[in-house]
Design a protein around this ligand. Structure first.
Ligand code: ATP
Length: 313
């Protein structure tokens, strides 16, 4: 494999569940790559097809059509899975085991020696925020603690690539903060990360690139910067004294009346500057100007609404 070969390569993937009238096409010909060292967020509404995609990558279900490769190997083969750490959407661990025992089991299956495990488990538990919890039975673990443990089992053997389904599920804000530090550290060390999440602030903070899936089809694939770039919002709030005329350059924009003030929004900094300068020259009183970038969440909701034709009815 050359250095530029993708770690994950999905081509024309079609997955169907059920048969006959009950048949559900969960993935309808999706294609994407994840390159070495990239951190890619996989976003979609409930039922979009995220877990199905990840299950194919892990070899848990088989596609109707398509070519899916991990490290150049067919997805699901031992050769491909050996190099991946995986966190399932719902992680159910043996309730009669303690965290240390579970990590010894998973680490052992990944080929780590007893010595490695003895040395490696305490700092690993510390990393995921489970200090002092190694000897508690897993049946007494909370959902958030299970998730932290799931992340620990995924990274225990320091794999080259990580696939997380619902990364921050069940985690409180502190858990998410800890998790972010763990992931940023993995990223810094050149690990490839692919994860699905509903926490878009997380995706925004961690990912180089985002893939958005909707009803089994990929609708957007771009860097976080690209998605947010056209979403800059600039606004000016002003009033026109009696006798002052609204400059023509400003008249083309939608004016929103707010009491005796007026507000205009711009998506483009040049247009915004031109308008503010024209307003000032026309004698307008500028009460307030501001600029902000829309969040990825706003972008996502807007995109889904536009696809679904919300408000078009
Ligand atoms: P969520 O965010 O809710 O976890 P998702 O994006 O992971 O959703 P999937 O679980 O991949 O979505 O589901 C994709 C589609 O496939 C949905 O329509 C779902 O109902 C359907 N589906 C998933 N698993 C099965 C199954 N075992 N049998 C039948 N249909 C299924």
């Amino acid at each position: 494999m050359t250095e530029t070969a993708p770690v994950i390569s999905v081509r024309d993937l079609v997955v169907e569940y059920g048969r006959g009238e009950k048949k559900v096409r969960a993935l309808d010909g999706i294609s994407f790559n994840v390159m070495p060292g990239e951190c890619v967020g996989f976003i979609g509404a409930n039922g979009a097809g995220k877990t199905t995609t990840i299950k194919v990558l892990m070899g848990f279900i088989f596609p109707r059509k398509g070519d899916v490769r991990v490290f150049g190997e067919r997805a699901g083969t031992v050769a491909s899975r050996r190099r991946i750490g995986y966190l399932p959407e719902v992680a159910l661990y043996y309730p009669f085991m303690k965290a240390r025992e579970l990590l010894e089991l998973y680490g052992g299956l990944s080929g780590l020696s007893r010595g490695n495990l003895k040395e490696g488990i305490p700092p690993l538990l510390e990393k995921v925020g489970l200090v002092g919890k190694s000897e508690i039975l897993l049946k007494n673990y909370s959902k958030g603690m299970q998730q932290r443990l799931g992340i620990a089992q995924a990274i225990i053997a320091d794999p080259e690539a990580l696939i997380f389904d619902e990364l921050s599920s069940g985690l409180d804000p502190i858990g998410r903060f800890d998790l972010r530090a763990v992931l940023l550290n993995l990223k810094r060390r050149g690990r490839t990360i692919f994860f699905s999440s509903h926490e878009l602030t997380e995706v925004e903070a961690l990912c180089d690139r985002v893939i958005i899936i909707h009803k089994g089809r990929i609708v957007t694939e771009a860097t976080v910067g690209e998605l947010k770039k056209p979403l800059n919002l600039f606004e000016v709030v002003f009033s026109l004294p009696e006798g002052a005329v609204l400059p023509t350059v400003v008249a083309q924009y939608k004016l929103v009346e707010e009491g005796n003030l007026q507000r205009i929004e711009f998506n483009n900094v040049e247009e915004y500057c031109r308008a503010v300068s024209a307003l000032a020259s026309a004698g307008a009183v500028i009460h307030h100007t501001s600029s902000r970038t829309r969040t990825l969440e706003e972008y996502f909701i807007g995109l889904v609404e536009s696809i679904e034709g919300v408000g078009d009815k």
